[in-house]
Design a protein around this ligand. Structure first.
Ligand code: SF4
Length: 238
């Protein structure tokens, strides 16, 4: 990639485009320095399926925090096998048992630090050399995500690509149905947005899909989508 990208124009061009075309653009533009991160959450199979059809050996980043539900690990293993994913499991510097001995239940005392050590730091390391980072972020997921764009530039020049920006839950379920893809087994027990077990609860009808994450605290995001500073548009005077 030689010419700087015109993100403003790209975001205009992508408006209304099907997500797989945006994934295709990302793969064509950034390969081999491209990766996709996933949590193996309730509808993660959508983007994984879409991307694996386009680039079967795409590097798939998964944060193996050691705190996942066993159902998440089984779901991940099933999808890795089914879609033949090129999975890259990221772990914290400290081995899990040592982490537990040193920090105990850090998620109770200091969830930001726990997320930093188990998610942000390993991801930062894994993103070195990555130019295009594909994510499954959707605007409809939470009020912290309503302003995401299809393509965004972050510090260090990394471009984040959010092909599902405009999809809602209905779109996701229709895709799963169309391609006969599985969803996370805990969804049927009320878990909609699924992260680490100690920090996720089931939601009741009418609650927002991410309201079961860090429930009862002010924390809304783990930090993997906020640790990098977004590059400001020079024409944006705000
Ligand atoms: S989601 Fe909870 S358990 Fe997982 S890394 Fe963050 S604070 Fe720790």
């Amino acid at each position: 990639m030689s010419k700087p990208l015109d993100l403003k124009q790209l975001n205009k061009d992508f408006d209304g485009k099907p997500p797989h075309e945006i994934v295709q653009w990302a793969v064509d533009t950034f390969s081999p320095e491209v990766a996709l991160s996933t949590s193996f959450g309730s509808t993660s199979a959508v983007l994984l399926h879409m991307a694996s059809q386009i680039k079967p050996d795409l590097r798939i980043l998964f944060l193996e925090t050691g705190f996942h539900f066993p159902e998440t690990i089984n779901f991940k293993n099933d999808l890795v096998k089914r879609l033949n994913l090129n999975i890259d499991e990221l772990t914290s510097e400290m081995p899990r048992e040592e982490f537990k001995q040193v920090h105990g239940n850090l998620y109770e005392r200091d969830p930001d630090k726990c997320c930093y050590l188990n998610k942000v730091a390993p991801l930062k390391k894994a993103l070195v050399g990555v130019k295009g980072w594909i994510t499954g972020i959707r605007r409809s997921q939470s009020d912290t995500r309503t302003l995401v764009d299809y393509v965004e530039e972050y510090e260090g020049g990394i471009i984040k690509i959010n092909p599902l920006r405009d999809w809602n839950a209905k779109d996701m379920w229709e895709y799963l149905k169309k391609y006969k893809l599985p969803y996370h087994p805990l969804f049927d027990e009320g878990f909609v947005s699924i992260g680490c077990a100690p920090c996720t609860r089931a939601v009741v009808p009418g609650e927002h899909e991410r309201s079961g994450r860090w429930s009862g605290s002010q924390k809304k995001e783990c930090g993997i989508h906020t640790f990098l500073q977004k590059k400001k548009d020079p024409e944006d005077k705000g």
